[in-house]
Write a protein that binds this ligand. Structure first.
Ligand SMILES: Nc1ncnc2c1ncn2[C@@H]1O[C@H](COP(=O)(O)OP(=O)(O)OP(=O)(O)O)[C@@H](O)[C@H]1O
Length: 246
């Protein structure tokens, strides 16, 4: 079953055509990595999936809901489709444990004892048990991002969107965050759509790689084809050889 399906989607910011004729289908359980040069529309693409950006024409179906319809309740979509941002977006005045417990308590009305148990399990999963009662500012960037991932997972989403989750981190923090993401991709049946330049991650766990440039999808391959067989599109090929060379 498709978790996300774009059909001839167009997105404008004023006169600027940010997403051009997007056709993309992501099946439940797939891990898809989106790559491409700066300004190519990668963030815009994934932000449309949970309604953070609206589309102007075409069809976008997410978890069975039509996002172009005014009747669609975005809160219903966001319950099942989580997002991890470049800059973590944790609540500064709440502890890490409270950050993780907040949405399930308010949105899902999860029983308090169960909520705490799930939060503690997630803290363990992302290696932050000892940081549970600290505030975000007391943690490193890498720890904050792992807390943000745990917070998203606490909602038990069907789909998790990642918008350059490691690009604001110091290099020594990146590995731990990627390892958490790799574990999730391997161990869960959640759909993951990840905007990243981390080609090691893409190679190890992505089922597919989508290359964007100038608001268009120029290549959409299984990762085997992308990494072993070379992309067919010239720009994708050049992009790949540049990032692998650096
Ligand atoms: N709110 C906005 N208003 C106007 N233009 C926007 C807005 N958001 C994005 N854009 C433009 O849309 C284009 C695509 O932006 P987007 O952030 O999706 O690219 P990206 O591929 O994610 O880039 P990067 O890798 O640098 O994050 C850019 O030219 C950007 O300036």
């Amino acid at each position: 079953m498709a978790m996300v399906e774009f059909k001839d989607v167009q997105k404008y910011f004023g006169d600027f055509h940010a997403l051009k004729d997007i056709n993309l289908k992501v099946d439940s359980g797939e891990t898809v990595v989106v790559i491409g040069p700066s300004g190519s529309g990668k963030s815009t693409l994934i932000r449309t999936i949970n309604g953070l950006e609206s589309i102007q024409s075409g069809q976008l179906i997410v978890n069975g809901y039509d996002l172009a319809s005014k009747k669609t309740n975005l809160n219903l979509i966001r319950k099942d489709v989580g997002m991890v941002f470049q800059h973590f977006n944790l609540y500064a005045n709440k502890t890490i444990l409270e950050n993780i417990m907040l949405a399930p308590r308010i949105v899902l009305h999860r029983d308090e004892k169960e909520n705490k148990q799930i939060a503690n399990e997630l803290l363990e999963k992302v290696g932050l048990t000892s940081q549970a009662n600290k505030f975000p500012a007391q943690l490193s960037g890498g720890q904050q991002q792992r807390a943000a991932i745990a917070r998203s997972l606490a909602m038990k989403p069907k789909c998790l969107l990642f918008d350059e989750p490691t690009s604001a981190l110091d290099p020594e923090m990146i590995g731990d965050v990627l390892n958490v993401m790799k574990d999730i991709a391997r161990d869960s049946d959640m759909t993951m759509i990840v905007v990243t330049h981390e080609m090691g991650f893409a190679r190890e766990v992505a089922n597919r790689v989508v290359f964007m440039a100038d608001g268009q999808i120029l290549e959409d391959d299984s990762s085997d084809v992308f990494f072993k067989g070379e992309p067919k599109n010239e720009r994708a090929k050049r992009f790949l050889s540049n990032i692998i060379a650096h």
